[in-house]
Ligand binder design. Structure first.
Ligand code: SAH
Length: 213
């Protein structure tokens, strides 16, 4: 596992690319500029790690496109120490970005293989999320609620109620909603029962799967 000047140079190019696409949050740009994304991917994809593209990881899943990761993170408006729940740990890249911007991260993954691999991998790189959970993201994490922010990194066919109810007042839920194509939705909790909803751009994610057991 190593990071080189070549990788660092490519990362700075990537930062320029996502800046040109509209990302302005300096903390987010710094995170993308400092996290060695190539180490989150299978070695055969090393040369592609700093293109602004999604790529396959284990268990038929993908590491999200850097722009998408940056866009979702920016929408969360993370402040240092904020409690953030991520649904879909996957490679751990988004989780690392959240750690880097100062969040206390809780992240749920339903594929055991990915859960195990990423749980071992993140600490090796020095990223220490509060808790990684093997489980079903549709339920959220009631034991640790409420959260300042919740981010869903898979395409949800609908907005799971538990995720809305596990937000603090003022908390933000960032969730791509739709089947083949998803619309990024931002919910801001204004009161016990009041939510402000914003429908933003279109994206493509792997599906948020429902558990059958
Ligand atoms: N955030 C990840 C993106 C991974 S892709 C990264 O940065 O690499 C989406 C992930 O969501 C996959 O790993 C998939 O297994 C997981 N997933 C799908 N349905 C889920 C569910 N119901 N609960 C938790 N994780 C789920």
């Amino acid at each position: 596992m190593k990071d080189t000047f070549k990788h660092q140079g490519l990362r700075q190019q990537l930062v320029k690319t996502i800046k040109a696409k509209g990302i302005v949050d300096e903390k987010v740009l710094n995170a993308i500029g400092s996290i060695p994304r190539h180490l989150f991917m299978d070695s055969s994809f090393l040369d592609h790690a700093y293109q602004d593209k999604a790529f396959p990881i284990a268990a038929d899943q993908t590491i999200s496109q850097p722009y998408t990761v940056a866009y979702q993170t920016e929408l969360l408006k993370v402040k240092t120490g904020d409690k953030i729940l991520e649904i879909g740990t996957g490679s751990g890249y988004q989780c690392a970005v959240l750690c880097e911007v100062g969040a206390k991260v809780y992240s749920i993954e339903r594929q055991q293989e990915l859960f195990k691999k990423t749980s071992k991998f993140l600490p090796k790189l020095g990223y220490r999320p509060k808790k990684l959970i093997f489980g079903d993201g549709y339920k959220g994490l009631p034991d640790e609620a409420p959260f300042d922010g919740i981010i869903v990194t898979a395409g949800a066919p609908f907005v799971p109620k538990p995720l809305l109810s596990q937000l603090k007042i003022g908390g933000r839920l960032v969730i791509p909603v739709g089947d083949d194509v998803q619309v990024m939705n931002l919910f801001i909790r204004k009161g016990q029962k009041e939510f402000e909803q914003h429908e933003l751009g279109e994206f493509r994610f792997v599906p948020l799967l429902e558990d059958k057991n």
